[in-house]
Design a protein around this ligand. Structure first.
Ligand SMILES: [Zn+2]
Length: 150
């Protein structure tokens, strides 16, 4: 080591850095890349742990809950019968096909995102119904159980 005194060593490093700006830049980039790779490999490793997965699932559920509340608020926040407790409000597709759309979307959050986008674009295909009105509508529209009612 050229300098035992830490102060002098510091001086020397500083001087060297001033004399070789290009080299400093290269070294910085290298270490940044290395650090990034490390972070990524760490993430890959730990994102597979059960606890982490559980947290991911929870955050997914929370996000889709937030989306749902957003949609309900956009659609007026209450059923046509006056019921307004969001715990039993459902987003209904006016013309049915809600299930098909949900299947096509693949995940709840994608499904909600699509609905949100359409509503913002001015779509009138969706409405908020309470659970009771929704089931009654499904029966009336013959979306369910029509085989058993005849
Ligand atoms: Zn209702």
């Amino acid at each position: 080591m050229p300098y035992k005194d830490p102060e002098k060593r510091k001086e020397c490093t500083k001087r060297w850095k001033q004399e070789h700006p290009q080299r400093v830049k290269e070294l910085n980039e290298k270490s940044r890349k290395k650090c990034r790779e490390h972070v990524l490999s760490y993430r890959r490793k730990y994102s597979k742990r059960p606890l982490c997965k559980r947290k991911q699932a929870l955050s997914m559920r929370r996000r889709s809950y937030e989306r749902r509340m957003q949609i309900i608020a956009l659609l007026g926040g209450k059923c046509k019968c006056g019921f307004s407790d969001p715990r039993a409000l459902q987003i209904d597709h006016v013309n049915g096909h809600g299930n098909k759309e949900k299947r096509e979307a693949g995940s709840t959050i994608t499904y909600y995102n699509r609905i949100l986008k359409r509503i913002k674009e001015g779509s009138k295909d969706y409405q908020v119904l309470c659970a009771n009105c929704n089931w009654i509508k499904r029966h009336e529209m013959r979306e369910v159980a029509w085989k058993y009612e005849q």
